[in-house]
Design a binder for this molecule. Structure first.
Ligand code: SF4
Length: 104
C-alpha cells in the first residue's frame, strides 16, 4: 500500500507548509472527490457538502485569510468552492463593490 501523501494531503502541505491543521480531520470533504470542488458545473453540489461540514467556519476563515495575506494572485485567481464559497464569492469579499452600480 502506498503511504505517500497524495491529492488533498499534498495540497494541504503546499498551503500550510506542513501538516494540515487539526480541524481538517473533521472536514466533510476529506473523503469526497476533490474535482467536485473545482468543477464549475458542480458548484451547487460542492456547496452542499460544505453546508454539512462541521468545520465550515474554520475552513472559510483559513481560506480567506490565506488569500488575503498572500500575493494578489491568490485573491485574483480564487477558484473552486472552499469554505462554502465559490471563487467569485471570495473575490467579491476581497474586492467589495465600491457602489451600487458595481453590484450588478
Ligand atoms: S467547508 Fe467545505 S471545503 Fe472546507 S473543509 Fe468543509 S467540506 Fe471541505
Amino acid at each position: 500500500m502506498n503511504t505517500e501523501p497524495h491529492g488533498y494531503r499534498v495540497l494541504m502541505k503546499l498551503l500550510f507548509g506542513g501538516e494540515p491543521p487539526a480541524w481538517r480531520e473533521q472536514a466533510a470533504c476529506s473523503d469526497t472527490d476533490p474535482t467536485l470542488f473545482h468543477t464549475p458545473s458542480r458548484t451547487a453540489a460542492a456547496k452542499a457538502v460544505c453546508a454539512s461540514c462541521p468545520v465550515l467556519a474554520e475552513c472559510r476563515e483559513n481560506q480567506l485569510s490565506w488569500e488575503a495575506n498572500g500575493p494578489a494572485r491568490y485573491r485574483d485567481n480564487a477558484f473552486g468552492v472552499v469554505g462554502g464559497l465559490s471563487g467569485a464569492e471570495r473575490r467579491r469579499i476581497h474586492y467589495p463593490p465600491r457602489n451600487a452600480k458595481d453590484v450588478a
